[in-house]
Design a protein around this ligand. Sequence first.
Ligand SMILES: Cc1ncc(COP(=O)(O)O)c(C=O)c1O
Length: 375
Amino acid sequence: MIPITKPYTFPEEEKLVTRVLRSGWLTQGEQTAEFEKMVAKYVGAKYAVACNSCTTALFLCLKVLGIEAGDEVIVPSYTFIATPNAVMQTGARPVFAEINLATYNIDPEDIEKRITKRTKAVIAVDQVGLPADWSELNRIGKKYGLKIVSDAACALGSTYHGRRVGGLAELNCFSFHPRKLITTGEGGMITTDNQRLARELQTMVSHGASLSEISRHKARHPVKETYNRIGYNFRLSNVQGAMGVSQMKKLDWILKQRVRLAERYNRAFSRSVNIIAPVPAAGVEPNYQTYMVRLSPAIKISREKIIARLAAAGIASRPGIMACHLEPVYRKIYPKINLPNTESAYRTGLILPLYAEMKITDQDKVIKTLQDITR
Ligand SMILES: Cc1ncc(COP(=O)(O)O)c(C=O)c1O
């Protein structure tokens, strides 16, 4: 089977992870800190705080921004369910906004229509690695006094007008789940230029302790930490940190391969009437974390049949991104929402295999098989 994705790991990881295992320091430690430094530098942010997933990263950002019950946070429905879930976990309410069908990202005009007295923040997703409209988002943030958080789970390496995602919003959250460009098994990271927020996030990741375990361990004299607020255990372990450090070293190469392959797909589908390839907005360079096409509404064959026929040919594919407001858990809360662009993208999306080491012959097979099925 040609898989949807495949993490790219290499012998360096085994060496670094083994070194950590032998060191005896397995929890959050020096490799975690090194990984943080590398990500901060890469995205052009002053600080990075590692945690155990992008979901906890999003939740922590909302907590340090003071989001609580009674507040509203505008989010796209066209996202993985972790985005609105992080809002619900704070006690606040997610308010689902519409996407722009050309970019799959939250529509700034629609955000403005949904702002109320209770709105405190917006989480914009850089969906499938396509950067959101950051200049408009930051303008809206300033104009209405809203905090804008970037859910950049999928967008490490993507750029927006020459600047990397991760350095565009006040708080930016990444995922290192194995479906992402680089992985630590599970893992997350928050990047920011705001020193106060970075410090607060660092303590919140580890029970609200004023000092990290490694700094206490390394101190020449016993030092006692204090606990000034309720924190969590969202730490990223040293083992995962070591994986992250070695994965970061390969990020440029991974990115190059993915872009090369994605552009081959784009060219192959550019003349197809039934397959709509992604068209990055001007000034945007996506990392193609997920290669998703849309099927023309006029197509005669159902998406389910296409997926089954691709599978029969040995090719994995998936329906595209979910529409959270249509999931039973959110249907119960918001039974009457109508988001036509989101629902159209949800019903017509199709994710195709893409990974750094994908063979051209395998990609050609995917292209030809899909073109034959959808002709
Ligand atoms: C847009 C988005 N946000 C958040 C997440 C959650 O990431 P994690 O699995 O690291 O919690 C994902 C995961 O795929 C995602 O796609």
